[in-house]
Design a binder for this molecule. Structure first.
Ligand code: FAD
Length: 536
């Protein structure tokens, strides 16, 4: 990409107007910085703008998955359900943009193509696909951990005569599947949410499954107003308690502080049953070692498989729906009637693990020598997670260092926040931080606040740039890896490892040590004068 001279200068350029970009803009302005957001989509909201598939909703409770930075906002906003649906989350993002007067700082329908660091001026030259360009002292990548849909290269996909939808790029007008034969490829979180609803509309639904998913019931429903009042009576305290939880949520029901191996079989069963009734991620906190110890993990995995066998009437289908990997090493799905959907006469499950999809045809697809016909195809094939969005950019640091070269063996950085060779560039909720292992809004607020403090420090000390050192990066990569090794997360192929994308380097990307330890670590680095970073 040839960079023309920038036409505008700002203090901070922010890429993305999801929750991260919105809060970063608000924070930057509160510090008196001239900041601008570039957003590829025609609206704000990020994840909740793009992922409009039937059933899309949050799987961390809304009283927790929401901003805490403004007391009046958290007091006045009222969620309708325990787990907010996508349209409500999108309204919330729009409300935040309006409430804090952010719209005039956001350029919608403007995709950033790349950015080059200019040594003489020590500034970034940022180029949009439209050809416009900006000069910025700071570049903040708020471009999302899950914002590049994975479109597998199925042979013949272009030949399919009917409509093809990706869950992460769903049309804005309603999609009506009634009287249609529909196929869904994939059984991750999005598919688990969409399948029960599509099955109720479609005349026939065929689900093509490569890996069975563990799903815990959401028990979603109208928000309990008593609970809301209780939380709002001390929302700040509730948020603070959540920030001391491993995942930045769940303080109302902390993990039981004993090992699953210390309980008798009857005690375990009763405890799992109790948490299953509560729903969501609660089941993984039944004991404190379910994600750390494979033996303990096997006990809860078998409990969930027992639930699947009890729900799904056809034994062969139940067997196929029963995962064999460790539970939690791929993100646990939170469902509303997923397994029961396979009892419907109009739904069938096809295993594509043993016999992968050979090709898509004009009328359907071929696998294992069998032809399947359908009228519409839904790809629930997930994301090129955590690095995919940045790796598509023409992003160049000092001496023209390309991000693709820097990250050819995996995403190197320090604290997940800074990258050696890329001065004054900050990454929010990306690899190397607790990101996807956290209530992501907690992760976002923490990163934005840290970045703001860091900039204030630079200014207070008359410094111009900050950049991770290569030594700190190498040590951090080992730190991230070591944290994963203490868990069950390395025991299966997941998007945490990049294993869902062909040719992607295999490196464990999110930090599994828990949000409190990570936040303490980041705070210590700041207190020590940003040790591990080079400041100039
Ligand atoms: C279906 C789904 C359900 C989820 N559920 C949960 C949940 O229950 N709990 C939870 O904690 N997290 C959940 N997540 C994770 C979710 O991504 C985060 O919670 C959060 O919304 C991320 O916000 P963000 O602002 O960092 O990124 P995003 O919301 O992804 O926003 C990034 C924005 O950057 C824009 N962008 C990217 N590249 C460019 C470019 N080159 N130029 C301009 N703009 C660009 C994108 O268009 C997008 O709007 C879910 C994710 C998905 C996909």
């Amino acid at each position: 990409m040839k960079h023309p001279a920038p036409t505008h200068a700002v203090d901070m350029l922010i890429v993305g107007a999801g929750f991260a970009g919105l809060y970063m803009l608000h924070k930057a302005r509160s510090m008196g910085l001239d900041a601008l957001v570039l957003e590829a989509a025609p609206g704000v909201g990020g994840t909740w703008y793009h992922n409009r598939y039937p059933g899309a909703r949050v799987d961390i409770q809304s009283m927790e998955y929401s901003f805490s930075f403004d007391e009046a906002l958290q007091q006045q906003w009222r969620w309708s359900e325990r787990y907010a649906p996508q349209p409500e989350l999108l309204r919330y993002a729009n409300h935040v943009a309006d409430r804090f007067g952010l719209r005039d700082g956001i350029r919608l329908s403007t995709r950033m193509a790349g950015a080059h660091f200019d040594e003489p001026s020590q500034r970034w030259t940022v180029q949009a696909e439209s050809g416009e360009s900006w000069s910025a002292r700071f570049l903040v990548m708020a471009s999302g951990p899950l914002s590049s849909p994975n479109l597998p290269d199925f042979a013949g996909l272009k030949d399919f005569a009917g409509p093809v939808y990706h869950t992460a790029n769903w049309p804005h007008e309603p999609v009506d599947f009634s009287a249609r034969r529909v196929a869904v490829i994939g059984t991750g979180s999005s598919a688990v949410q969409a399948i029960p609803i599509i099955a109720r509309q479609a005349s026939e639904l065929t689900v093509f499954q490569r890996t069975a998913a563990y799903a815990a019931p959401a028990h979603n429903g109208p928000l309990d107003r008593e609970l809301e009042a209780r939380i709002k009576a001390d929302y700040a305290g509730f948020r603070a308690r959540n920030r001391r939880m491993h995942g930045g949520f769940g303080s109302l029901l902390p993990p039981n502080p004993v090992s699953a191996l210390a309980a008798s079989a009857e005690e375990r069963e009763a405890a799992f049953e109790q948490r299953w009734k509560i729903g969501g991620f609660a089941i993984l906190g039944t004991f404190n070692d379910l994600l750390m110890n494979e033996q303990s993990n096997a006990l809860v995995a078998e409990f969930v498989r027992g639930k699947i066998r009890a729900i799904v009437k056809h034994p062969g289908t139940a067997q196929l729906l029963s995962p064999t990997h460790t539970i939690g090493c791929k993100r646990l799905c939170v469902d509303s009637g997923y397994y029961d959907t396979f009892n419907r006469p109009n739904v069938r499950l096809v295993d594509i693990n043993q016999a992968p999809i050979e090709r898509i045809t004009s009328k359907g697809l071929r696998t294992g020598g069998r032809e399947f016909e359908f009228d519409a195809l839904v790809l629930a094939t997930g994301f090129d997670a955590m690095t995919g969005t940045m790796m598509r950019l023409d992003l160049r640091g000092r001496d023209g260092l390309r991000i693709q070269d820097k990250w050819h063996a995996g995403p190197l950085n320090y604290l997940g926040l800074g990258i050696a060779g890329f001065p004054n560039l900050f990454n929010i909720a990306g690899p190397g931080s607790t990101s996807a292992f956290t209530n992501v809004i907690v992760a976002i607020e923490h990163h934005v606040d840290w970045i703001a403090d860091c900039i204030a420090y630079l200014d207070a000390h008359g410094l111009h740039t900050i950049e991770a050192s290569e030594q700190a990066e190498a040590a951090w990569a080992e730190h991230v890896n070591a944290a994963a090794r203490r868990t069950v997360f390395l025991s299966c192929n997941s998007w945490y490892l990049g294993a869902n994308i062909e040719g992607k380097p295999c490196m464990f990307m999110p930090l599994a040590e828990g949000f409190p330890r990570y936040a303490d670590h980041c705070a210590q680095v700041a207190r020590d004068g940003y040790v591990g970073f080079v400041l100039q």
